[in-house]
Ligand binder design. Sequence first.
Ligand code: GLU
Ligand code: ZN
Length: 494
Amino acid sequence: MSSVASAPVRVRFCPSPTGNPHVGLVRTALFNWAFAKHNQGTLVFRIEDTDAARDSEESYGQLLDAMRWLGFDWDEGPEVGGPHAPYRQSQRMDIYKDVAQKLQDAGRAYHCYCSTAELDARRDAARAAGRPSGYDGHCRDLSAEQVEAYKAEGRTPIVRFRMPDETITFTDLVRGELTFTPENVPDYGIVRANGAPLYTLVNPVDDALMEITHVLRGEDLLSSTPRQIALYKALIDLGIAKEIPSFGHLPYVMGEGNKKLSKRDPESSLNLYRERGFLPEGLLNYLSLLGWSLAADRDVFSIDEMVAAFEISDVNPNPARFDLKKCEAINGDHIRLLDVKDFTERCAPWLKAPFAPWAPEDFDEAKWQAVAPHAQTRLKVLSEITDNVDFLFLAEPAEDEASWVKAMKEGSDALLRTAREKLESADWSSPESLKEAVLAAGETHGLKLGKAQAPVRVAVTGRTIGLPLFESLEILGKEKSLARIDAALAKLTA
Ligand code: GLU
Ligand code: ZN
């Protein structure tokens, strides 16, 4: 028995641990993860922490925590290990040193002694003369005497990769065929003067050693691809790499004012979404739409549906717009899809300190269970639960001045008095009966239900907006509800 086996898919997610995880990073992780799953491939999680000045352990911990929270698993990487361990570049320095030396020995890289000032001056001159302004190859073929002279001056060289004098063409999985001419891709640094290897070296070297077949990453890295392809060719010649991977560049994500969403923009911080109570499945659903779609008429779907349908060739190269409103709406739809028990459990963090304004002993589990289904139909994000249910657990309703001013108009005291009377004799085990009472009170004062219930709502819950009023009244109970109406009346007549 034989079948044509296509090479197994191996993709990587390889963030640098700088700062907080952001949504652009999550989108990249998601597309790699979905691509791996869809193709029964392997996801390698690699930590690109070669920049000691910017990387931190705190950020590394946050990355791992974020990946777990989002529900991603990986086949090789931190915590799980794998055949290409270690997966933290800071632990692979010997490998890079060795490869850099081999590249130099083979003449594919060379020492460059140019100082920053010299490079700047030559770049400016080239620009002024209308010539390409990238590195001019000054140190490509220095004589032994020139090298000695530079050394005698005390210069320490960087290592520069020698770009072949040829046009590089590749077929981007998202963008189709792309061509880069040599004058646009000059020789570039791969090792700093202090011996530290750069992203330009370590990223393709690890992709080669880890046998990555598909590189899916943001469009911001597109300009490094022709360099990496050239480096790959050198690594193949040296027997270090087997094959050049395929590349696919995911579209830019645009934020406010049609500017590229930057990881420094507050709305791009993953922690913000977690704190606001986005569900991982809601956030991932929305982020999948940044460059991809399941079907024209379906914005809400599960991660399994995404995995089943995900083709990289369907990714749209045009910039995607990050729309927070849509993100919230989709998250709300996912909240609605939870079963009630799951929903009540996921709300737990927002029902206690530091979010909850009530004392822990005033929390009432039975009331919470009663009100939860009503809340579930309304929330966009879980953190909204606190304000929606605080009227049940606070001794007095939250003070919201704007709500008070909006609801308590002239005549509100008369209305509240009538409503109180009617509610007094209503059946408190039936929201319908409570509604009748407020409706009747409204009629007495020539007010429709909407207008009549606003002062009642603010008196009892403190806010103009909230859960269905009559269910809320029922759950809070007759005694407390009427006492709050009394308190509001007292305040109004004071
Ligand atoms: N560490 C790089 C970054 O976070 C990875 C880029 C790549 O995917 O090649 O930007
Ligand atoms: Zn030089």
